[in-house]
Design a protein around this ligand. Structure first.
Ligand code: UDP
Length: 217
């Protein structure tokens, strides 16, 4: 019989929030099938689950291993995805039981949708998207790969968010229009509580209301 062995990569605060969501998705498996994986701290027990190093996780006899990456930093996520893919570990899609997804939503592999998140209608999202608690994506948005929404991030209609962008806690992004979507450029960071009223270029950090580019000093 194939024994499924499931890892939450990242034994930190966020990892502790993600583990119960993963458990909910596999109600027939007992606790022994679930572990944390971490490259920093190993050999401890966290919330009753073993914390293993990656090599130790791989060495477990179960042939069928699956992982979700509970680390907000998108560059680290991409690095770990490569590693897991090379080692033929399956990528999990995790969704809280109260997540709301309406019509015509397309979402890539490895997504992590936390409690009270909402994806409304006609939305396209790339791979390894993180939507932390209470964040939402409204109609006609297009979101790239490895995008991260912190808690309560509000993405209104007709917004395009490019790969690796990070939307901070409680940030609000003003809606665009079908002919002129508001664009958050690749790798941009929207600071906590920022109110974004117009498109922002790739690679910058914006803060405040209305959001302005934070110049590097
Ligand atoms: N981590 C890891 N491999 C990496 C980078 C980070 O295992 O390549 C672990 C790190 O040791 C820490 C967790 O992931 O335990 C990330 O925690 P952090 O507080 O930085 O991120 P957050 O929980 O806010 O996403």
């Amino acid at each position: 019989m194939t024994v499924l062995y499931i890892g939450v990569y990242g034994a930190s605060g966020f990892g502790k929030e993600v583990m119960p969501l993963v458990r909910q998705q596999f109600p027939t498996l007992n606790k022994d099938h679930f572990v944390f994986i971490d490259d920093g701290q190993t050999g401890i027990i966290l919330n009753g689950y073993a914390v293993l190093g990656y090599t130790e996780f791989l060495s477990k006899p179960s042939k069928h291993k699956a992982v979700t990456i509970a680390i907000a930093n998108s560059q680290i996520r991409e690095k770990l995805v490569k590693r897991l893919t090379e080692d033929h570990v399956q990528h999990l899609d995790i969704q809280a039981s109260n997540t709301i997804i309406l019509d015509e939503v397309e979402i890539g592999e490895g997504s992590l949708l936390c409690p009270f998140t909402c994806l409304t209608s006609n939305i396209k999202i790339g791979k390894f998207f993180h939507a932390n608690i209470y964040s939402y994506v409204a109609h006609d948005c297009v979101i790239g790969d490895y995008v991260t929404f912190a808690p309560g991030a509000k993405c209104n209609g007709n917004i395009h968010i490019e790969d690796h962008a990070y939307i901070g806690t409680g940030a609000v992004i003003k809606q665009g229009t079908p002919d002129k979507p508001l664009v958050i450029g690749k790798g941009a960071i929207v600071g906590m509580g920022a109110v974004v009223t117009k498109s922002i270029p790739a690679g910058v950090t914006v803060i405040g209301n209305p959001a302005r580019i934070l110049e590097k000093s």
